[in-house]
Design a binder for this molecule. Structure first.
Ligand code: 6PG
Length: 235
């Protein structure tokens, strides 16, 4: 097992390793609260894009118990699955269940991706909305077992797009149609936080540590938060 201190990810700002997913969720929720407070103190507003999937859910639940300036926070999404509004498999629905319906954030400050319009139209509209809002302050990101992040998958044309938001076809992780923030948008955020947990992520982390430019590796200057189970056995 790679020791915590030995594990280096090229291009990362910081790598933080925790004993288990619970400790990981505690640490990330505290870091998010710290960044949000500083952002709001500095500019009066904080624009944060949430990650989808399973890993961030425990972190979102912990955020409910922290005193955050919800009146000054705008919530965006790193990606969305092209499913009907209200579908439990949507990333925005997961965020509502685990966090947003439990905190006093004004409804108009939650900005879901309108994927019910179809991926292309949704990507165009979201890009316009983000262009007006300005750069994101914080982006939370997961990483798939193939090294994808948001809905930017290896060898998928969407990964090369320079658009603010991009329609994704043929995603290997169902559903095949999605909308994702583009890589440039992820990199333009002031703070990028990766949440990675579980042994299923070891191979992708090992590849990135060895220099493979998987999509997650293309997000530079990120703070990585992972549990020990995700650490590769050897580098
Ligand atoms: C999604 C996410 C995706 C996710 C990774 C990791 O739509 O599923 O946007 O990018 O963050 O696949 O998912 P887990 O946290 O469930 O492993």
């Amino acid at each position: 097992m790679t020791s915590r201190s030995q594990f280096v990810l090229p291009g990362a700002k910081q790598v933080n390793v925790y004993a288990d997913a619970g400790a990981l969720a505690d640490a990330v929720s505290q870091r998010i609260a710290e960044l949000v407070q500083a952002c709001v103190a500095q500019q009066g507003v904080c624009r944060i894009a949430l990650a989808g999937g399973g890993t961030p859910q425990q972190c979102y639940e912990k955020l409910r118990g922290l005193s955050l300036p919800w009146a000054n926070i705008h919530i965006y999404f790193g990606d969305e699955r092209c499913l009907p509004a209200g579908d439990a498999q949507r990333n925005d629905d997961m965020a509502m269940r685990t966090l947003l319906q439990h905190v006093p954030i004004p409804a108009e400050q939650v900005h879901p991706m309108p994927v019910e319009l179809g991926a292309e139209e949704a990507a165009l509209r979201y890009a316009q909305e983000l262009a007006q809002a300005g750069a994101l302050d914080i982006v939370l990101l997961g990483m798939g077992e193939d090294g994808h992040t948001a809905s930017l998958f290896p060898n998928n044309p969407a990964l090369e797009s320079i658009a603010i938001a991009v329609a994704v076809d043929d995603a290997p992780k169902p559903p095949p149609q999605r909308v994702s923030l583009g890589m440039a948008t992820l990199n333009a955020a002031s703070h990028k936080l990766f949440l990675v947990a579980g042994s299923g992520k070891r191979a992708a982390l090992q590849s990135i540590a060895q220099g493979e430019q998987l999509p997650a590796a293309q997000v530079l200057d990120a703070e990585w938060f992972m549990d020990e189970a995700a650490l590769p056995n050897r580098i």
